[in-house]
Design a protein around this ligand. Structure first.
Ligand code: SF4
Length: 301
């Protein structure tokens, strides 16, 4: 089947099922193109919760689909490939978090949204890469436990006077972007602005002119007068950046910044997902409630 035939079938089934399709900024370009909304994980889940769709097809990784389920428990949430997980989110489970907490009793836990529902349910409050500093600042404690990303945690620590004790998780995809890659790209494109995601290692973040979440990068590039950008995050974002700003130049610093899990979702799998109503995300009600409290705490801040 050609891409246009698959797209046609997806659109017909989407209407039949009253479904909404969400695609994370790191998805394949053709998957982003068929989505009703493309963006970052929390933004997508919040948008989907506002629609009257009965079904959410989440083109992203597992924790993202779980977040959609937490915010829309009455909707059927599907992920087109059940093996699309996030290695960073999988670096901590609820038991490991309880152990981490027992080593630092009484301290509040901030969980990056890139965590499983069970970890969110064990945490006091969630954060995104865009609001992590604000969330940490908002807590009535001088020392904070931060899970799972040590890179985002150390970025937050550099922006606040609070002591941030980080868990040892990291994003393998962002950690494959090396400072040498960025230095080389800067040498080749001296006029370019370096934008980096805070999941990058601290030495890459130190070389960046701008540190932003994926949505923050998209907004920054759109409004910037600069013409050239070295983009330090997963390369799927280049699709959206080029669509939004076709007159600007984007440079990918590394040949290795591909998240294999994000790329597990294909157009065919989106079609099969809608055809077979698979793979459904289910979560225990009490876990949904506790995880939702951590997310709503963040939204309130
Ligand atoms: S890019 Fe990193 S944080 Fe995002 S899904 Fe892939 S491994 Fe997880």
């Amino acid at each position: 089947m050609s891409i246009s035939e698959i797209t046609e079938k997806i659109q017909a089934l989407k209407a039949e099922r009253n479904a909404v399709i969400l695609a994370h900024n790191y998805q394949l370009g053709e998957v982003q193109d068929i989505a009703d909304f493309a963006g970052d994980s929390l933004e997508l889940s919040r948008k989907a919760a506002e629609t009257d769709a009965a079904v959410i097809v989440f083109c992203g990784v597992h924790f993202m689909a779980e977040t959609a389920k937490i915010l829309s428990p009455e909707k059927t949430v599907l992920i087109p490939d059940p093996h699309a997980g996030c290695p960073m989110a999988d670096m901590i489970n609820a038991e490991q978090l309880r152990e981490f907490k027992s080593q630092h009793p009484g301290l509040p836990v901030v969980a990056y949204v890139n965590t499983s529902a069970e970890v969110k349910a064990e945490s006091d409050i969630c954060c995104t890469s865009a609001n992590a500093v604000r969330i940490v600042e908002s807590l009535d404690a001088d020392t904070i436990l931060f899970v799972p990303d040590k890179s985002l945690g150390s970025y937050v620590a550099s922006k606040t006077n609070k002591k941030v004790i980080t868990y040892c998780g990291f994003c393998p995809t962002h950690h494959r972007i090396l400072s040498q890659d960025v230095v080389r790209a800067k040498r080749a494109h001296p006029e370019a602005i370096v934008i980096a995601h805070p999941e990058c290692t601290p030495d890459v973040v130190a070389l960046a002119d701008v540190v932003e979440s994926t949505s923050g990068m998209i907004r920054f590039v759109k409004s910037s007068d600069a013409r050239e950008f070295i983009v330090c995050t997963e390369r799927g974002i280049l699709h959206r950046l080029k669509l939004d700003s076709p007159d600007k130049q984007f440079y990918n610093p590394s040949p290795l910044n591909i998240c294999p899990n994000m790329k597990k979702i294909t157009l065919e799998k989106v079609l099969w997902s809608l055809q077979d109503m698979q793979y459904e995300i289910t979560l225990p009600q009490d876990m949904i409630e506790k995880a939702r409290a951590a997310i709503e705490g963040m939204i309130a801040v």
